[in-house]
Design a protein around this ligand. Structure first.
Ligand code: HEM
Length: 268
């Protein structure tokens, strides 16, 4: 039999993976399962693209890295807008099957953590708090140990002739650094001389912005759904999620805006 659409994409297998726990089946549980599964599929693609973007930056192919990161941004826009679909669920509908989820939570999404670590948002404490299977734990540890996209950007800046401070923190690619801020001021103030780097920086800040927008929309949706209840993962819920809102993978890309048109030292 020739290859078919269903065989190539394993559609029967895919459609057999939505198995709810509510009994009798709750009308909204399929929505809840499908939306999370779809997120995981897009996380898988985002990891694939950011891994490739990392390799391109490492090989000084800045244009290719930028092109793939634009794809990631488009995926992120989809991830943000998908929250709206969940918001068609009423709080009492969610309560109809929520207790079955305990103690599972989006907090345990290993791919979400991989993505954070790969971008540069590394928090070793997360590995300790995250309950997952050994293969997932191994993947996460590998991400923690490997250089991040933020590290690759730093290395690229150095290769492009922006000297790194001798005192800069090793492995601190997601921490603000004076040398990096100064490099970025020059890049933004001389856009013709650094056109490819400006394009890269703009897509990187968009990746960071989209992650922040997703966090903001997720926490707003969570408050709408469960108010001040604790999370199924054991956190205090909305309070914990709000504490994650300031996270930025590329903090100096945000700081550079303040310093454009003035000396970087002026109000640091
Ligand atoms: C009714 C829908 C949802 C509710 C009520 C909800 C609630 C929560 C809560 C309370 C937390 C904090 C951890 C905890 O104690 O459980 C959390 C974390 C998280 N959720 Fe959701 N969530 C929902 C949907 C989603 C969806 C669709 C995704 C997509 C993958 C998702 C991904 C995450 C992630 C990645 C975290 C960890 C965030 C961080 O630690 O920075 N959630 N969620």
């Amino acid at each position: 039999m020739p290859l078919t659409y269903g065989k190539y994409l394993k559609v029967p297998e895919l459609l057999s993976l939505q198995q709810g726990l509510s009994d009798p089946p709750h009308h909204d549980e399929p929505l809840f399962i499908i939306i999370h599964q779809v997120y995981e599929l897009w996380f898988k693609l985002a990891l694939h693209e950011v891994d490739s973007a990392f390799a391109h930056l490492d090989g000084d192919r800045v244009g290719e890295a930028t092109r793939l990161l634009r794809r990631v941004v488009e995926v992120q826009h989809l991830l943000i807008s998908q929250v709206r679909i969940l918001e068609t669920m009423r709080p009492q509908d969610f309560l109809g099957f929520r207790y079955h989820l305990n103690p599972a939570s989006g907090f345990q999404s290993v791919q979400f953590r991989e993505l954070e670590f790969l971008l540069g948002l590394k928090d070793p404490a997360v590995c300790g708090r995250l309950v997952c299977d050994p293969e997932e734990a191994r993947r996460l540890q590998a991400r923690l140990a490997a250089p991040s996209l933020a590290d690759a950007v730093d290395a690229l800046l150095v290769r492009r002739g922006f000297p790194r401070d001798a005192g800069s923190r090793p492995g601190g690619a997601s921490q603000p650094e004076p040398w990096r801020l100064q490099a970025l001021v020059r890049i933004y103030e001389e856009p013709e001389a650094h056109a490819d780097l400006v394009a890269l920086c703009e897509v990187l800040i968009e990746v960071d912005e989209c992650l922040a927008l997703w966090r903001a929309h997720h926490v707003q949706m969570v408050e709408r759904m469960i108010g001040a209840k604790r999370g199924t993962g054991g956190s205090d819920g909305v309070g914990y999620l709000r504490s994650t809102l300031p996270k930025r993978a590329f903090p100096d890309l945000w700081r550079v805006r303040t310093h454009l048109g003035q000396e970087p030292e002026a109000d640091r």
